[in-house]
Design a protein around this ligand. Structure first.
Ligand code: 5GP
Length: 189
């Protein structure tokens, strides 16, 4: 097989045709996820928020987040895509799996793995507007501050990162690398 995932060194991985270097270690990610969980526990104390997990990339982050949270939560999933197999956003957002949840009167938390230009999040918030939620907040593990095109940033941010392509911890490159425990950044050729 010509293209596959391959660990080159402890801090380097090859996915398909590209080499990535470790950027955030498993320990750094896990420590930050616990802090985010605590923040959400405090913010929603006494309530049972409804988490909307944005597939596919957020599934690893969401799983660790709900395990680290003490509050009981509702879980819902939506799948949107804007990237295809390329490393540039296509600019077009497709809802692939719709939301069938009753969110009326609920405290909603949108869970994102990464916010880049912010188009996906903006589209989601507008789309969810008709659901008559009590409140909607956004949490993202990664935030590409310099690429972001909107005024108001996500409410809760794990790490602000530079505008470089990353994989691992749920994030893919052409569907590879999602199971990596650390987050890796594309190495310049
Ligand atoms: P936005 O709509 O904010 O520009 O892009 C959001 C989506 O683009 C994310 O949910 C993710 O699927 C994808 N994306 C943006 N930056 C990266 C990146 O560095 N790595 C990967 N794997 N996906 C990214």
């Amino acid at each position: 097989m010509r293209f596959q995932s391959l660990i080159l060194r402890m801090d380097e991985v090859q996915i398909n045709d590209k080499v990535f270097g470790e950027y955030l270690s498993e320990e750094e990610i896990q420590a930050r996820v616990k802090e985010l969980a605590r923040e959400l526990d405090v913010l929603f104390r006494g309530k049972r928020p409804a988490l909307i997990v944005v597939l596919k990339g957020s599934f690893v982050f969401a799983a660790d987040l709900v395990k680290a949270m003490e509050l009981d939560v509702e879980l819902h999933f939506i799948r949107v895509s804007s990237y295809g197999n390329e490393m540039e956003s296509s600019g077009q957002i497709n809802e692939l799996i719709g939301l069938d949840a009753d969110l009326e009167g609920k405290e909603v938390i949108i869970v994102e793995d990464i916010v880049d230009t912010g188009r996906t999040l903006d589209w989601l918030i507008k789309t969810l507007d008709s659901y008559k939620m009590a409140s909607v907040r956004t949490v993202t593990l990664l935030f590409k501050e310099d690429a972001y095109k909107y005024e108001i940033p996500p409410d809760i941010i794990g790490f602000s990162i530079p505008n470089h392509f990353v994989v691992g911890y749920g994030l893919d490159y052409a569907e590879g690398g999602r199971g990596l425990r650390a987050i890796y950044q594309l190495k310049e050729e």
